[in-house]
Design a binder for this molecule. Structure first.
Ligand code: SAH
Ligand code: DHB
Ligand code: MG
Length: 222
């Protein structure tokens, strides 16, 4: 099976089940035009995040890693009118693009992009006694994933859902001796999911326009 086949199948599935509207199209166009890395979730992955948030009945969503706000639009669209999404982004110019994309999608009233290292923003949320989030999407710098998980556990409640992107990385995740900080962070993240009796977790391999990768899903059970 080749990348070309994965692309063809993703194109088929997306055209059938995940038609783009003007706000999504414009967001991807502006992300591309601004030269941001081409690492937004794929359309069918964005829709998966949207469906998970809906199934979860999420009223409060936390995203770690905004980029241009493409995944943020999918998650934000799952919120009720009085819902709230906070997305954390280190790069101020990416955050500006994301805010414009969210405004064009009609989500400015319920979404907020906070600029700065996510660990700082998370510490602030915890210090401020933020209400628990119903869903946390972890998709920033992978070496920090173990820390993001620990902070996410302080910002959630029993029943919350934690989703992690990019946990397979072309299969590199099985390399126990890897010195790549992203692989080490991902492996520690998965180990923490496994070890924590307060979490019920799984992980799935995915193929498609984003290559061969995967998602981790964890429900806070206590
Ligand atoms: N969730 C987005 C993609 C995020 S890409 C989508 O699917 O549409 C990862 C993002 O994390 C990048 O924008 C990068 O700037 C940001 N990032 C990397 N390190 C970070 C850090 N320490 N704190 C906050 N954001 C960070
Ligand atoms: C990369 C980061 C991502 O969040 C992603 O979905 C794909 C690739 C990267 O840094 O290479
Ligand atoms: Mg990602």
């Amino acid at each position: 099976m080749s990348q070309q086949q994965w692309n063809t199948v993703d194109d088929y599935l997306n055209s059938l089940l995940v038609p783009a509207d003007e706000a999504l199209r414009a967001a991807l166009r502006d992300i591309e035009a601004a030269g941001l890395p081409r690492i937004s979730v794929a359309p069918n992955q964005g829709k998966l995040l949207h469906l998970l948030a809906r199934i979860q009945g999420a009223r409060r969503i936390l995203e770690i890693g905004t980029l241009g706000g493409y995944s943020t639009i999918w998650l934000g669209r799952a919120l009720p009118a009085d819902g709230r999404l906070i997305s954390l982004e280190a790069n101020a110019s990416y955050a500006e693009i994301a805010r414009a994309n969210l405004a064009r999608a009609g989500l400015a009233d319920r979404t907020e992009v906070r600029v700065g290292p996510a660990l700082d923003s998370l510490a602030r949320l915890i210090a401020d006694g933020a209400e628990p989030f119903d869903l946390v999407f972890i998709d920033a710098d992978k070496p920090n994933n173990p820390h993001y998980l620990e902070r996410a556990l302080e910002l959630t409640r029993p029943g919350s859902l934690i989703v992690g992107d990019n946990v397979v990385r072309d299969g590199d995740v099985v390399d126990a001796g890897s010195t790549d900080p992203s692989i080490r962070g991902t492996r520690r993240f998965l180990e923490l999911l496994a070890e924590n009796p307060k979490l019920s977790a799984t992980a799935l391999q995915t193929v498609g326009v984003k290559g061969y990768d995967g998602f981790a899903l964890a429900r806070v059970i206590a």
